[in-house]
Write a protein that binds this ligand. Structure first.
Ligand code: HEM
Length: 285
């Protein structure tokens, strides 16, 4: 609600949790962003730091603009907000997708075993999977894609403001309108997927077992403002989940009783908290 109607945060009390959320942001700044900003700015100013990180690059660009007398909105507060956005956009989303993957593995043990069989054949046990293995593991890729589709963790994407009057399929959208995209309407569309509510990774595989990339697969949204971290997220999901299934069998904490597949509704939708067991697959002793 707050994401769509930000003015609700001014209501007395904290009915929508906005004040708690803002406090979390401040805590995150104090614990994480501020110490990093100080350290990296100092390193940059002492000339010992190459432009190999976001903060140094930001400080460098800000100084350049100031020295050239250009007007700029770049300042400490802006940098802090950018880091906060990257932190949330980059960690919350990927972690939530991984949680759903683990939950689905508890519900569909035969899928988990099929991923393991593919890993066993193509990678073995003696080394961790790498990005070079990705094209050779279509079934795992299909399960990750099906997780992203079925869980649809960012159902309302990010809301955007229209910068100009637009007419779209006969509808006039005036400048300044807040536009909320409904990714669920694509990811869970019955006409496109046939059985959208079933967890069926095979929908992303062709008859030869090759990976399909339907254009309706849009968990990262699409167009000019498509997720900035799409490639990084895909890499993280693949490396983490491949290594996880290679090493552990995931089981419900109560035998035969996987936790419910219920989402907590928010800007991202993680599953309700659940417990599970990680059983190491290979005894290294
Ligand atoms: C599974 C993981 C992820 C999912 C499902 C996801 C999804 C999305 C979606 C739906 C949007 C909105 C795009 C739009 O408005 O049309 C978005 C934007 C964005 N994402 Fe992600 N994201 C993920 C991971 C990441 C990562 C790892 C990063 C960065 C390290 C990241 C950074 C961003 C940023 C900065 C934007 C705003 C882009 C802009 O305004 O132009 N995301 N993401």
């Amino acid at each position: 609600m707050i994401n769509v109607f930000p003015w609700l945060r001014h209501l007395p009390g904290d009915m929508f949790g906005a004040k708690r959320y803002i406090q979390c942001h401040h805590d995150l700044d104090a614990m994480f962003s501020d110490p990093f900003i100080m350290q990296k700015t100092k390193e940059y100013e002492e000339g010992g730091d190459a432009l190999d990180n976001f903060i140094s690059a930001y400080v460098h660009e800000r100084r350049r603009k100031e020295q050239n007398g250009e007007t700029t909105s770049m300042d400490g507060g802006h940098l802090r907000r950018l880091l906060g956005n990257l932190f949330i956009a980059g960690s919350e989303t990927t972690a939530t997708t991984m949680l759903w993957f683990m939950l689905y593995m508890l519900h569909y043990p035969h899928i988990q075993e099929k991923i393991f069989a593919e890993l066993e054949e193509k990678v073995g046990y003696n080394r961790r999977p790498t990005m070079q293995d990705k094209p050779r593991l279509p079934y795992l890729n299909a399960v990750i894609m099906e997780t992203q589709r079925r869980a649809s963790i960012a159902p309302f994407s990010l809301s955007r403001l229209c910068t100009a009057d637009v007419t779209l399929q006969g509808y006039v959208i005036p400048r300044g309108t807040r536009v909320v995209t409904n990714l669920d309407s694509v990811l869970l569309d019955e006409v496109t997927w046939g059985d959208p509510f079933n967890f069926r990774p095979e929908r992303f595989l062709d008859q030869y077992g090759g990976l399909l990339h339907p254009e309706e697969f849009v968990p990262f949204s699409m167009g000019r403002r498509v997720c900035l971290g799409e490639s990084l997220a895909k890499m993280e999901l693949f490396l983490f989940l491949a290594a996880l299934v290679q090493r552990f069998r995931l089981l419900p904490s109560e035998s035969g009783q996987p936790p419910p597949q219920r989402a907590q509704f928010g800007v991202t939708c993680p599953p309700e908290p659940f417990k599970l067991k990680f059983i190491e697959r290979v005894d290294k002793s």
